[in-house]
Design a protein around this ligand. Structure first.
Ligand SMILES: C[S@@+](CC[C@H](N)C(=O)[O-])C[C@H]1O[C@@H](n2cnc3c(N)ncnc32)[C@H](O)[C@@H]1O
Length: 290
C-alpha cells in the first residue's frame, strides 16, 4: 500500500464528490496510498478526529493533503490502531493451550525436530507473539523435552516492531499474565517486566504488509507453511473486498489443516470465506480445509 512518491495531485477534486472519495483520491494521486482499502465508517471516524479535517471542507482538506506530507503521514498513522494485550482472546488462547499446541507438539514430524511454525500478522507491540511463546515455553517445561518452534511477528508499524522485539512491558500491561508465567518468562526491572532471553531465541519480528499482492507470507518465513496464523483485530479495519484479499493470502500461507485465529468481531467475515471451517466452541478459531 505504501509508496514514498511525493507530489501534487495534478487534478482538482470535484466539489460534488463525497468527502471520503475526495480524500481517497487525493491520497492516491499525491502519495500512492490506497485508503479505499479501509472500512468506510472507520476511515470517516479517523478523518473526523483530524483537527485539520474537522475545521475545513472536504475539498480544501483534500487539497492540503496533496501537498502537506506531515498531515498525510498523520492521517496514515491514525489508521494504524496498535492497541494489544497479553492473552487478549481468552477462548482462543485456551483452545491453543489445551488442544492445538499439545496436538502439534505430539506430531511425529515435531518429535523428529521440525518446527511448529506460527505467524502473528499485525502483531503491533508484540503481546500476541509473547503470549504464544509463553505457552510453548510452559509446555516445553511441563513435557521436559525440547519443542522446536518458530514464531514470526509482522506489522507495518516500524516503531511498534522495535517495541515488540525489545519485549519490555509495564506492570499494567502484564496484568492478564498468570503469576507462574510472570515468574518463569519475565525478569522484573524496576517498573517493567522484560521477556527473558530464552524466549527471544525462537521469536523474530519483521515488516510485512498484508496488502502487498506480491507476497502471501513474510519474507522471514521463506515459504509460509504455518501451523497457526493469528490475524486478530486487523481485518475489522478493512472493507469486505480487502478482507477477502487478505484472507486469500493468509489461507495460502497456512499448512494443510493449519489454524487461522481472528478476533470474535471478525469471525463472520472469515466464516464466509471458502476453505476455512470454524471450530466449536471457539468460533474465532478456524481450520483450513481442502
Ligand atoms: C489493533 S492491532 C492488533 C494487535 C494484535 N493482533 C491484537 O489482536 O492484539 C492492529 C495492527 O495491525 C496492523 N496492520 C494494519 N494493517 C496492516 C497491514 N496492511 N499489514 C500489516 N499489519 C497491518 C497495525 O499496524 C496494528 O499494529
Amino acid at each position: 500500500m505504501k509508496s514514498s512518491r511525493p507530489g501534487d495531485t495534478g487534478q482538482q477534486q470535484s466539489p460534488g464528490m463525497p468527502a471520503l472519495e475526495q480524500v481517497v483520491a487525493a491520497m492516491r494521486q499525491a502519495w500512492g496510498h490506497d485508503l479505499a482499502a479501509f472500512e468506510p465508517g472507520f476511515l470517516l471516524r479517523s478523518l473526523s478526529n483530524r483537527p485539520a479535517f474537522a475545521s475545513a471542507d472536504a475539498e480544501s482538506y483534500s487539497r492540503r493533503l496533496a501537498t502537506d506530507r506531515t498531515e498525510a503521514d498523520a492521517l496514515l498513522r491514525s489508521l494504524q490502531v496498535s492497541f494489544s494485550e497479553f492473552f487478549r482472546n481468552p477462548t482462543a488462547f485456551a483452545l491453543l493451550e489445551q488442544h492445538i499446541l499439545p496436538d502439534l507438539a505430539g506430531q511425529e514430524r515435531v518429535s523428529r525436530g521440525d518446527e511448529i511454525r506460527i505467524w502473528s500478522a499485525g502483531c503491533a507491540t508484540g503481546q500476541e507473539v509473547w503470549s504464544l511463546a509463553i505457552l510453548l515455553d510452559e509446555m516445553r517445561r511441563a513435557l521436559e523435552r525440547p519443542i522446536p518452534y518458530r514464531i514470526i511477528g509482522t506489522d507495518i508499524g516500524e516503531a511498534d516492531l522495535g517495541f515488540a522485539s525489545a519485549g519490555v512491558y509495564s506492570v499494567a500491561s502484564v496484568a492478564k499474565v498468570r503469576v507462574g508465567q510472570l515468574e518463569a518468562c519475565f525478569s522484573r526491572q524496576l517498573d517493567t517486566y522484560a521477556i527473558v532471553p530464552r524466549l527471544h531465541a525462537n521469536v523474530s519480528f519483521s515488516h510485512h504488509d498484508l496488502l502487498d499482492a506480491r507476497a502471501s507470507a513474510p519474507a522471514a518465513s521463506i515459504y509460509g507453511g504455518f501451523d497457526v496464523v493469528f490475524c486478530s483485530n486487523v481485518l475489522l479495519y478493512y472493507r469486505a473486498e480487502t478482507q477477502r484479499l487478505i484472507l486469500d493470502r493468509l489461507l495460502r500461507s497456512l499448512a494443510p489443516a493449519g489454524y487461522l485465529i481472528v478476533d470474535d468481531t471478525e469471525r463472520q467475515a472469515v466464516g464466509r470465506h471458502r476453505g476455512l471451517r470454524a471450530l466449536v466452541p471457539a468460533p474465532s478459531v478456524f481450520q483450513k480445509v481442502n
